[in-house]
Write a protein that binds this ligand. Structure first.
Ligand code: 26W
Length: 817
């Protein structure tokens, strides 16, 4: 295709858009326009968007180069992007034209978009946050790169068989993706294993005699910015065996040996670890972490050298952010590269390293904090272990000066945990190697400095800060909820997409009955759409007029889906006891994946299904209570759920949920929150006002106090008629008649296992608050007023605000807006 006609396509009136799609159908997809399938048309439309984006990309990249811009590099093991087509077309302002062109192919843009597989390169909140951040960084024109792993298989697909979760592979790259650009000339060697030869004299450096090497190849995903010509880059690394490795086996005709070799190297980028709760103590995971971190830092240094000629001003031009501890080995890797390969002295390398890195913690739960056995690190990364030991020795000497003689203090601070098998504490390495450390909500950041990082905070109080999470309004309102978006547009204008604080202008409109009715009509339509999805995926018919009560997130004990389930059973029993009472119809909706090895979480999924079977088929309820579990929760499913929710369940034990971001997406779409005093719920309450949110349960200090005082769940059970009835029904097999003992262990974990997350302690308060929810829902106008107040109050929770704060306070880069 000659260049000039590409330019014509870029100008794109409706008919030209059509022509561009046909051109790609013929030349890129190789399908006859009259016979193309929706997937083929989707690929052709994506190619048109890709042309525009690559032009923007090249222009932006040269601008950054020319400006020798300071850049931020966001290192993350996970990016939960979801689909790209609609987002890209919106960013390019091509939705209208492409919609018309799709109609010419007897299709809608939504149908075409639905054929794109999700890029599900993440587990949950941390991965989706990284994706929202990329959107905001591009939109705010922040010179930035995301770096991660190009997993061949992303987050597993969840199917439900006989009420149980079954995991399947996520072959998202099977049909290729239009959004990636392989960079054939960008690749780096990443080395593993072997031993370290000590320096022969003090003026020299040790030599790492590695045992194996893998090639990291760059694949760029384009991240469009909104309201700007700028795009950002997500650079993902694929592991490829170095050619010489299998050459010998090939030459001797031993193909299975050659394949084995190849596999051994290439498995590094094969699959995402599908666990968000306990760090996998597996060697492959450590190799993944080092693989992408090393390739990324080599790339960062190469770019800096190309632009500046030397590394002397590295800290002036480079900010590297650690998204949790997964890339923490980067601290040792940068030291190794500077000292061993670029001639830096130890002291000056350390000064640079500390200025370059910053670190976000995403969880307080001690079991989720990563540590690696010293013996494993010795085996996989011997030179890095040496470097970590030296960092530790110097750090402990500095700390000792602060509290002479306090060995306990030093033992707690050490980068090496010496209790039992010696282990490297990756969070400690991240803190020592960074100039800023942050939590993800006000409460979480406070708790970090009061609990797990208290010793570090006593040394360096200024290093710790808070950056409350946010979500991108482009995906989570404009794209997911077009009807609410147009209602907002026609009321306060469309500027909220780039300045979410403008939503506060909706506040006075909550007083207008016509606006409330329009809002309720939008909500009802979104509920009808969600109801259709529920019926299609579960076979259960639900009533869009009922209260849609939604708990969607990873399944985890601390998130307390089980507390919600107990409440549903209590409601069921109460309804049976008083069938004539005026019950508010409710549809209780769950969705979420359980880590494949997490037995307790998987049992909760099964319990939800078993109870659903009974409730959904009990004619005595007159259809006024339904319980459904939507399978395969992910970004695209969330885009259907969020707009259709009335009630947002955020019921973690106080002090356990670092922030939550689903809470923000639901409130932004007009759901009212029922939640504990935890994570970002607290800040949501501050923003929307006490009257517009339902907060219940023990607060963080009360949880701690109750545990201190000797919490006895069995006592509560014995003295509490309703709790007893609920637990007896579940443990006695009322919902699992074919196997009455199925849920005995689950109930025992509450009664005899200590009820670690204090479900029984919060039960009463939760039920009482749920009654208030029912009462409010009866008054549709009063409900609408509060729902609108939620939308209006969500301006603070844009990821644009969060990124602006990081840029100014952590990365030292001024965003454009
Ligand atoms: C495999 C090891 C592992 C362990 C923990 C992988 C990933 C994790 C993360 C910490 C899990 C996670 O996604 N945390 C969530 O991060 C969100 C974004 O900051 C917060 O909103 C959630 O509260 C937090 O649970």
């Amino acid at each position: 295709m000659p260049e000039s006609s590409t330019r014509t396509a870029a100008a794109a009136p409706a008919s030209t858009a059509d022509a561009a799609i046909e051109r790609h159908l013929l030349h890129t997809v190789a399908a006859a326009p009259g016979q193309a399938t929706p997937t083929e048309i989707m690929h052709a439309v994506a190619q048109v968007a890709r042309e525009h984006l690559s032009q923007r990309w090249v222009a932006g990249d040269s601008a950054d180069r020319a400006a020798k811009a300071r850049r931020v590099y966001y290192l993350s093991m996970e990016f939960l992007i979801g689909r790209t087509l609609s987002n890209a077309l919106a960013a390019l302002d091509l939705k209208g034209e492409m919609g018309k062109a799709a109609a010419a192919h007897a299709s809608t843009l939504e149908d075409l978009a639905a054929t794109e597989p999700d890029a599900a390169l993440g587990n949950g909140g941390l991965g989706r946050l990284a994706a929202c951040f990329l959107d905001s960084m591009a939109t705010q024109e922040l010179p930035s790169f995301g770096y991660g792993i190009r997993y061949e298989f992303g987050m597993f697909k969840q199917a439900i068989q006989d009420g149980r979760q079954v995991e399947g592979p996520d072959a998202w790259l099977e049909d290729g993706t239009p959004w990636e650009f392989p960079r054939f000339n960008v690749h780096y060697p990443v080395r593993f294993g072997g031993w370290v030869e000590p320096a022969t004299d003090p003026s020299r450096v040790p030599t790492w005699r590695h045992a194996g090497e893998v090639n990291a190849k760059a694949y760029d995903m384009v991240i469009p910015g909104h309201g700007t010509q700028r795009v950002s880059t997500l650079r993902l690394w694929k592991a490829v065996a170095p050619a010489q490795i299998d050459l010998h086996a090939f030459n001797t005709g031993d193909y299975s040996r050659a394949a084995e070799f190849k596999n051994q190297y290439e498995n590094i980028s094969w699959v995402l670890y599908p666990n968000d709760s306990t760090p996998a103590g597996r060697e492959l995971r450590l190799r993944q972490e080092y693989f992408f971190t090393s390739a990324s830092i080599q790339d960062i240094l190469a770019r800096h050298l190309a632009e500046h000629g030397n590394l002397a001003n590295l800290a002036d031009k480079v900010a590297i952010h650690l998204n949790d501890t997964h890339p923490a080995i980067g601290v040792a890797e940068l030291m190794r590269l500077l000292v061993d390969e670029h001639g830096f002295g130890w002291m000056s390398a350390w000064a640079v390293t500390k200025k370059v890195f910053s670190y976000t913690n995403h969880t307080l739960m001690p079991e989720a904090l990563e540590t690696w056995p010293v013996s494993l690190m010795q085996h996989v990364l011997p030179r890095h272990l040496e470097i970590i030991f030296r960092i530790n020795a110097e750090f402990l000497a500095e700390a000792a000066a602060h509290r002479p003689g306090d060995n306990d203090f030093l033992r707690r601070l050490s980068l090496i945990d010496e209790t039992g098998e010696r282990r490297v504490r990756m969070a400690h390495l991240s803190i020592v190697g960074s100039h800023k450390v942050n939590g993800v909500s006000a409460l979480h950041s406070d708790l970090l400095v009061q609990t797990i990082f208290a010793d570090f905070a006593s040394l360096w109080p200024d290093r710790f800060t808070n950056m409350t999470n946010g979500v991108t309004p482009r995906r989570w309102l404009a794209q997911a909820n077009p009807s609410l978006s147009s209602l907002i547009d026609s009321t306060i204008g469309s500027g909220w997409r780039l300045d979410l604080t403008q939503l506060s202008r909706l506040k006075p409109h909550a007083e207008r009955e016509d606006f409330r009715n329009a809002f309720l009509a939008v909500k009802h339509a979104n509920k009808a759409r969600l109801a259709a999805h529920i019926e299609a995926t579960t076979g259960v018919k639900v009533d869009p007029a009922s209260l849609f009560d939604v708990q969607v997130k990873r399944i985890h004990e601390y998130k307390r889906q089980l507390l919600n389930v107990l409440q549903v059973v209590a409601r069921y029993q109460a309804m049976l006891a008083a069938p004539q009472a005026d019950w508010v119809p409710r549809t209780v909706i769950f969705a979420g994946k359980a880590a494949s090895s997490y037995v307790a979480a998987k049992n909760v999924i099964r319990l939800i299904h078993d109870i659903g079977q009974v409730i959904n088929n009990d004619a005595r309820l007159g259809g006024k209570l339904k319980l459904v579990f939507i399978p395969n929760y992910g970004v695209s499913v969330a885009e259907v759920i969020m707009p259709g929710a009335d009630l947002s369940e955020q019921i973690s034990t106080a002090g356990t949920e670092a922030s939550g971001t689903g809470n923000m997406k639901l409130a932004l779409n007009g759901a009212l929150t029922i939640g504990t005093d935890d994570g970002a719920n607290i800040e949501i309450r501050e923003q929307v006002g006490d009257d517009n949110i339902f907060i219940f349960g023990l607060k963080t200090p009360e949880v701690a106090a109750a545990k201190q005082a000797g919490y006895q769940p069995l006592r509560i059970y014995e003295s509490h008629v309703q709790i007893k009835a609920v637990l007896d029904a579940i443990a006695g097999g009322q919902f699992s008649p074919d196997e009455p003992g199925r849920y005995r262990p689950l109930v025992d974990s509450l009664l005899w296992g200590g009820d670690h997350y204090m479900l029984l302690a919060d039960f009463d308060s939760y039920l009482e608050t749920q009654s208030k929810v029912d009462a409010l829902y009866r008054d549709r106008q009063a409900w609408a007023k509060k729902a609108i107040a939620n939308v209006a109050g969500m301006g603070f929770f844009s990821s644009d605000r969060t990124i602006g704060e990081y840029a100014r306070q952590v990365w030292g880069i001024a965003p454009k807006h």
